[in-house]
Design a protein around this ligand. Structure first.
Ligand SMILES: Nc1nc2c(ncn2[C@@H]2O[C@H](COP(=O)(O)OP(=O)(O)O)[C@@H](O)[C@H]2O)c(=O)[nH]1
Ligand SMILES: [Mg+2]
Length: 231
């Protein structure tokens, strides 16, 4: 019985991976760089996305380039609160309501993407479901996967939820403005543990409040985008 369940789970994940690879290829050919943003609830995903949008727009403006075309898929268990915040910032946004499912998989990504009605984007972000466990297992067709860990959550989440740290391209520590209030947040220990799980991991320390680290993160994402898509 247990073995059958395992086999079924493997089959589901393999089918999901295949669709994800196709989605990733298609978006790349269209010039869309797709970033999956994962974290626990309240880690600061929406707030950091809004800060990043501002930064990407400002950087394009400084370079004399047009504002980048951005889209955000806002996955939520129930509400449209975040999707509305993103829309208010003038960014195309689709609400993906998973009705209680704790992760996002390809069927959902494809449906959400179709809801943009054929719009073309340079950047597409997915704010994944607030959860440090399940989303790590599901390929969402993104070119880049990042996770956030906020200072108030505690550095030891790397010990408690290692799979997420192992699968992402970048660990973004958020709410660094809380560091003076949380002296037990051991950044060095976090980095050491996370890099032991994932030697190619990039680490950023950010605050959407003070703006710390947002420019560096935007630069890194732009580099990744440049290396991935043709235009
Ligand atoms: N002090 C501080 N608060 C933040 C920061 N980023 C987000 N927050 C707050 O943390 C709470 C949750 O943020 P939100 O972006 O909604 O988190 P999400 O659930 O991961 O999307 C909100 O009250 C934000 O204002 C930050 O960098 N510093
Ligand atoms: Mg949010």
């Amino acid at each position: 019985m247990e073995r059958r369940m395992l086999e079924v789970k493997r089959g589901v994940l393999a089918a999901n991976d295949e669709v994800a690879d196709g989605f990733r290829r298609q978006r790349r050919e269209e010039g869309t760089f797709f970033v999956d943003v994962m974290a626990s609830p309240g880690a600061g995903k929406t707030t950091l996305l809004l800060a990043l949008v501002e930064k990407l727009r400002a950087r394009a403006g400084r370079a004399g380039a047009p504002a980048p075309a951005l889209g955000v898929i806002e996955a939520d268990l129930e509400s449209d609160v975040d999707a509305r915040k993103i829309k208010e910032a003038g960014v195309a946004s689709v609400e993906l309501n998973t009705r209680g499912v704790c992760h996002v998989e390809m069927g959902m990504v494809e449906m959400a993407f179709e809801a943009f009605g054929g719009a073309s984007f340079e950047w597409l972000f997915l704010e994944n479901i607030g959860n440090l466990v399940c989303p790590a297992e599901f390929d969402t067709g993104a070119h880049c996967r990042v996770m956030l860990l906020s200072v108030p959550e505690g550095w030891d989440k790397v010990v408690k939820y290692p799979p997420m740290f192992a699968v992402v391209d970048a660990l973004i520590v958020t709410k660094s403005d809380y560091l003076p209030l949380n002296p037990d947040f051991d950044l060095a220990a976090l980095e050491e543990r996370a890099r032991a799980l994932n030697p190619r991991l990039e680490v950023f320390v950010t605050s959407a409040r003070t703006g710390e680290g947002v420019e560096e993160l935007a630069l890194w994402l732009e580099d990744r985008r440049g290396a991935c898509v043709a235009r």
